[in-house]
Design a protein around this ligand. Sequence first.
Ligand code: RIB
Ligand code: CA
Length: 313
Amino acid sequence: MARRHLILDCDPGVDDALAILLALASPELALEAVTCVAGNVDLDRTSANARRVLDLAGRGDVPVHAGCARPLMRRVGVDAAWVHGDDGLGGIALPPPAGPLADGHAVDIIIETARRLPAGTLTLCPIGPLTNIALAIVKAPDIVERLAGIVLMGGAAFNPGNVTPAAEFNIYVDPHAAHIVFEAGAPLVMHGLDVTHKAPATAARRQTLGALPAPIGPALIRMLGGYGTGDPFVHDACAVAWLLAPELFETVEARVEVECASPLNLGQTVARVKPRHLDGASVNAKVAIGIDDDGFFALLTERLARLAAGIAS
Ligand code: RIB
Ligand code: CA
């Protein structure tokens, strides 16, 4: 089976870290590059954390490119250090990155990769604010029709947000970028809080992950232990899991539009599903609304076990 070429655009971030590890552990995926954006913490930390996580997995060969340090229109006004820890990785204190950032801005790497690979073979998997993706689309509109698709973590179509009652973090940080991405016309799958909140990392699941061989198991325990409150949600790993096992998910087709003006509802992802709501408008996204959460964690655990075994060998 042909491997799916992938760029993960992220803001590590504990759940971003799990998404990166899951992608590395999955032979179906050819991780072309990791591109970073400011989000959970600032760009210096997200781009360093991406390299730290790749080093943890022995994959310092995967290029990491820094992207945008701020949203398109808004000033940086919010981060999620209160969720992910000041270091962005739950306070795990991994060693500093072994290598430097790769040359080239994230936006340019996204464009270059999309133009270099055969049409229909590159999937973008944004799991942070969408600033890099939006700028790539604006700078090089030709890449949209070359993409296999965009599978993102972000939004909340039929449930409250996690930053405001209306908005989820990745969209809220840069709603204008999200608008550009949702309106671009690429095949799009949205993994919002509608689905990610149905897959909590319960204590039993964290214990299973933590029992994996070092260095993966102990790292997961420490990262997840410093992430969120109660049973944390590994939001970003859901987007990567879709690429591996879409049968674990239930989706609905919708037209999703992003609120960019209302101070009250800024960043809301408004999803129109019913014909009378659509009123002739075309759908632009598959929205994930259900998950086999046991199946998801079984996949995550099985793949990370493979990764751990490979590192230990
Ligand atoms: O709302 C959850 C999203 O915001 C996840 O991508 C998490 O990493 C944070 O970026
Ligand atoms: Ca993220």
